[in-house]
Each structure stands twice: as C-alpha cells, then as structure tokens.
Write a protein that binds this ligand. Structure first.
Ligand SMILES: [Cu+2]
Length: 228
C-alpha cells in the first residue's frame, strides 16, 4: 500500500507491475535526457548572440533534430506496446474472480465454486481497530492464492466504477451491462489495497478493495470453509 511521502509507484506485487515500474523508470531517464539537452540549448540561446551574416540555413542540423525525436519515440513505443499486449493476455487461469461494483461497495463472486459470494464494505472509522488502515480496509477481504494466474471479471450494477490494485498493475472499468476481463498473478503473500478509480458518486472514496494473498494450501482451506 502507499505509505507517507511515497511519491513514486508502489512496489510491484505481480510480474506485470514490476515490468511497469521498469518501464516508468526507463521513460523517466529518456525525459531526463531530453530536458537536459533542451535546457542546455535554451541557456546557450539566452547567453549568446546567435547571429551570422553568412549562415542562412543548416540542412544537417535540421535533418538531425527531425529524425532524432522520431527514434527516441520508437524507444518508448516498443516496450510500451510489449507491456500493453502482455497485460491483455489471459494465460490459462487457475481461478476466476468476479467483482461487481455497487454504489458504494464491491461484491465478489468466486465463479468456480457454488454459492461463494459476498459483499465487501469499508470498515467505518468508529469500528476501526489498531491494525485497520483508515479508508482502506474492508469487512470481507478477497482471499486469493499467490503464484497462480487469476482471471478477473469486472462489472457494475448501477453506475461506472473501476476496480484498481496499484501494486498489481490492474485497473479495469466496471461498466453496467458489460463484462471486462483482466488477469494477474500475485508474486508474494500479503495484503494488497486498492480503491475505486471512477468518480461514481457521493461515497466514491469509501469503497476500497482489499486482497489477502496467501499460499495455495491456505486458500484451499479458506475456500472449503467458505463453501460449507
Ligand atoms: Cu465506484
């Protein structure tokens, strides 16, 4: 989850998010390169009188500063497209979880099991304990096995919502009458937090998402207890 003064991205909890963090840093380095060059050029322009009676054109420099940005853009576009298509792919999922957005809570259905569904409300401030995170913890957490490919099906019952877990690199619009699909695999045990990312009404900020990532055997125990 995000902590105080955490201004960059959260640590990746899935292979995709790790790649996204690398890509973010890569683009940031290119931006640093460009801003350095442009500021250097602007400062020299201000500090010097750039006049010459005989120099009317510079074919070479004009060709260079037209082609160089195009090449730089390719270096951003290629890894970006690679990630885009990687995230779109659903690789043989071992579990399907359906999230339905409501005003203002999420409800979940474990579609591979019978009658395994529950609502997930934010824990109100009055009922908080020492260990709960304000505005982020829910009364019913989603329990998911780590290291297994999971398919998410996201939809909404009333208005637009968006199911988001920053540390997994997942953000999917929840649209009434439409099923959206994403997939992820969680690479470590722990609790992952997220919030609705579509302005969906008065309590938009109060419908958080909490995932409990556990080893597969704990998940099997949980699922057998839940479906009794
Ligand atoms: Cu919402």
């Amino acid at each position: 989850m995000t902590t105080w003064l955490n201004m960059s991205l959260q640590d990746g909890a899935s292979p995709i998010m790790e790649q996204l963090v690398f890509f973010h840093d890569h683009v940031l380095m290119i931006m640093l390169m460009i801003t350095t060059t442009v500021s250097y050029m602007m400062i020299t322009l201000i500090r010097n009188k750039q006049t010459s009676r005989f120099m009317l054109e510079g074919q070479m420099i004009e060709t260079t500063w037209t082609i160089a940005p195009a090449i730089i853009l390719v270096f951003i576009a290629m890894p970006s497209l690679r990630l885009l298509y990687l995230m779109d792919e659903v690789h043989n999922p071992s579990l399907t979880l359906k999230a339905v957005g409501h005003q203002w809570y999420w409800s979940y259905e474990y579609s591979d099991f019978t009658k395994l569904e529950f609502d997930s409300y934010m824990i109100p401030q009055e009922e908080q304990q020492e260990s709960t995170f304000r505005l982020l913890d829910t009364d019913n957490r989603i329990v998911l096995p780590m290291n297994s490919p999971i398919r998410m099906i996201v939809t909404a019952a009333d208005v637009l919502h968006s199911w988001t877990i920053p540390s997994l690199g997942v953000k999917t619009d929840a649209t009434p009458g439409r099923l959206n699909q994403t997939s992820f695999s969680i690479s470590r045990p722990g609790i992952l937090y997220g919030q609705c990312s579509e302005i969906c009404g008065a309590n938009h900020s109060f419908m958080p998402i909490t995932i409990e990532s556990v080893p597969a055997k704990y998940f099997i125990n949980w699922i057998s207890k839940m479906s009794e």
